[in-house]
Ligand binder design. Structure first.
Ligand code: AMP
Ligand code: MG
Length: 486
């Protein structure tokens, strides 16, 4: 049923649907019993050219719950494959529907997707649904990432369905409305490669270049150009994750977006005390997606991407392989360099001096061995303070003196260096215990803690204005675990 809200600013196009038929399947959201908006993102709606006041309404809930289609929608499910924990699988949108691509007032194109909107032909044995907790978790963490300046999909709305979903227990069902530059994944190319349809794969390459990398110079190998462009964007993205202590938790190739946005907030979490081997996800038994493995896993995923592109890179396989290898060879160093540059900015170092590398390395080693809180240690330095529990810490004090000397050796006055640091070091990240408490309350119907936490984490550089309960890690004796959102 089309929605009566034809004038809410919808301007939907369907460029993805013009790709070959192997990539999509027409598919409708399945109506739900009693759609009700839990949260609606007015700022994001306005930037998309949508009328927030009209949509934050029962009619809007009907759209975002999947009971009526927005004006101009031609809903579809996308096909993709992926390597999950290293194993190849055919997947596809098993619980998501693309409503269309909203053309914003600035002419940018955004996928509008419902997640949890019912079964599709790709659902396998899943119910096509989602529970409120994981959808609010995605809303919160994606909006926090955006506020931290990290490329990410956004969240427009979470809508209760008025139905229960069966997980370990019965939980309130909900639908997330996700906004993304696109939902093209490494796995979309793996799907094309597995189908053996070279024309389809080639159309996808050209489409992705045009949509996400329009400034890429035309060469005789668009596939190689795409590989280079995607690798460059992933190198910056993963470095940004590392620099705020973000662990994605499930970096399967179907969860790596070619746009360079962070996508799929399942078992993700931020580290508290600095330990590079940190893993939160209960399903990640071998630490494949541990904090320190994120750069090498991104490289591994890009290698799967390159494999899917090989026949398009060069008709001769060994030429294709060597071209792909040289395209990806620099990835580890590039990612490490972005991380190093970011670390220098976090420590206020604006020039290059001998000893800088050792200074940054030694700070990380000190944080590791003293189990310092990653976010708070940088935030303390940025505010001219000492990190907690360092009064008697000789290793820290000797490092701190070196750092102060180093700051004096650059032309920038120290106060300006600290001001710069406050722009690079958040005062707050979504603390695991706070996220869990907010989601538990929301699941039993109290949204107050969720709104409080959202307001805090979407203003993460408000140094000096963070209530202490939001900036402290949870009790040290409870080791935090996250569970996949399905
Ligand atoms: P994710 O772990 O969210 O990245 O999902 C991996 C794959 O499982 C994707 O193909 C999803 O569409 C699918 N999936 C996850 N949960 C469900 C569900 N409840 N019903 C159907 N498919 C699902
Ligand atoms: Mg996924």
């Amino acid at each position: 049923m089309p929605s009566p809200l034809a004038h809410a600013g919808w301007h939907l196009e369907h460029s993805y649907a013009s790709l070959p038929g192997i990539f999509h399947k027409a598919s409708h959201p399945e109506p739900v019993r009693r759609p009700a908006l839990v949260i609606f993102n007015h700022t994001l709606a306005a930037s998309l050219g949508l009328d927030a006041a009209l949509l934050d309404s029962p009619e809007g809930a009907s759209i975002f719950g999947g009971n009526s289609l927005p004006h101009g929608s031609r809903p579809l499910a996308q096909a993709y494959a992926g390597h999950q924990f290293g194993h190849f699988t055919f997947l596809g949108d098993g619980r998501a529907i693309l409503l269309g691509e909203q053309i914003a007032p600035d002419n940018r194109r955004w996928d509008v997707q419902l997640k949890g909107s019912g079964p599709t032909r790709f659902s396998r044995r899943g119910d096509g649904r989602a529970a409120i907790g994981p959808m609010l978790r995605e809303y919160l963490v994606s909006e926090a990432m955006h506020a931290l300046g990290i490329p990410t999909t956004r969240s427009l709305a979470v809508t209760l369905t008025g139905e229960s979903v069966r997980r370990d227990s019965l939980l309130p069902g909900a639908v997330l409305t996700r906004i993304a530059a696109s939902h093209i994944r490494v796995g979309t190319f793996e799907w094309a490669a597995a189908s053996g349809d070279l024309d389809a794969a080639s159309a996808l390459v050209n489409y992705t270049l045009a949509r996400h990398f329009p400034d890429t110079p035309v060469t005789d190998s668009p596939a190689l150009a795409l590989l280079n462009a995607v690798a460059a964007r992933q190198a910056t993205l993963i470095a940004q994750w590392q620099l705020v202590g973000f662990i994605h938790g499930v970096m399967n190739t179907d969860n790596m977006a070619l746009s360079g946005e962070t996508i799929d907030y399942g078992p993700c979490a931020f580290i508290d005390h600095y330990d590079p081997a940190t893993v939160f996800s209960s399903i990640d038994r071998h630490g494949r997606y541990a904090y320190h493995n994120q750069p090498p896993i991104a490289h591994w995923n890009l290698t799967r991407f390159a494999e899917a592109l090989l026949p398009l890179i060069h008709p001769d396989e060994s030429s294709a392989v060597s071209a792909a290898q040289s395209a990806l060879k620099a990835f580890p160093d590039t990612c490490a360099r972005h991380q190093y540059d970011g670390l220098k900015a976090k420590l206020g170092l604006v020039s290059d001096l001998p000893g800088d590398r050792a200074l940054t390395d030694d700070f990380l080693s000190w944080m590791h061995s003293s189990r310092a809180d990653f976010t708070n240690a940088f935030a303390a330095l940025s505010n001219g303070n000492l990190p907690e529990n360092t009064n008697e810490d000789a290793v820290f004090h000797s490092w701190h003196q070196r750092w102060l000397n180093r700051l004096s050796a650059q032309p920038l006055p120290i106060d300006d260096a600290l001001a710069l640091m406050r722009q690079h070091n958040p005062a707050v990240i979504p603390r695991n215990h706070k996220v869990e408490a907010a989601l538990a309350a929301a699941t039993s119907g109290d949204l107050t803690p969720f709104h409080q936490l959202l307001a805090i984490v979407t203003n993460p550089f408000a140094h000096g204005n963070i209530p202490v309960e939001f900036s402290q890690p949870g009790p040290a004796n409870c080791s935090y675990q996250t569970f996949c959102g399905t």
